[in-house]
Design a protein around this ligand. Sequence first.
Ligand code: NI
Ligand code: MN
Length: 223
Amino acid sequence: MSAKFHYIHHACFTVEAGGKTFLFDPFLDGNPEGIQAKDIKADYIFVSHGHGDHLGSAYEIAKANDATIISTAELCYQAEAEGCKAHAMHLGGTCMFPFGKVRVAMAFHGSGIPGGHACGFVVDLYGTKIYFAGDTALYSDMQLLPKLDPFTYAILPIGGNFTMDPNDAAIAADFLKAKYVIPIHYNTWPVIAQDVNAYKAKVEETTSSKVIIVNPSETIELE
Ligand code: NI
Ligand code: MN
């Protein structure tokens, strides 16, 4: 089944598939379309960690839409305390949802919440298979992910400073062996300014993956 990917900005995007809207890391401040929390419809909200540029407006959007937040346990317990519906998972955990399987992947990064962990997700959204790395350093166990659950798209941070930079994220692309890589989490602020075209050239020269550059506010069709 096909799906639509809309890149809001930074690490925030939606995937529409199977008549549902899946929202990822809903940080909206400064997005070029001026999208506000009240404008967003969502059925499920994936939150990689508690830093403000990822948790963003998750609680407000979840409550307004009766959407389910999917994240690590500590973050979900906080979400429930805020009055949200949440499904707590944790690193290495998998679960079958009505739309498909979710795996919580490791992310080497701060959690932004006491006692918590940052994470990524491998998701099957009605047949569209995506690895969303969240914020992470490069780590060699990324090589395991495509052996555990196949995915077509790897959505990777390339901004450096807080996460992998383009050189590290090119090695990640080699580890992940996705058909397509979508770079995110760059150029939001000067400290994570990067040349995404150079990243694309490097990945396509050194791996078998194709890099799809999606600009904030753009929508593409996913396989
Ligand atoms: Ni972070
Ligand atoms: Mn971040």
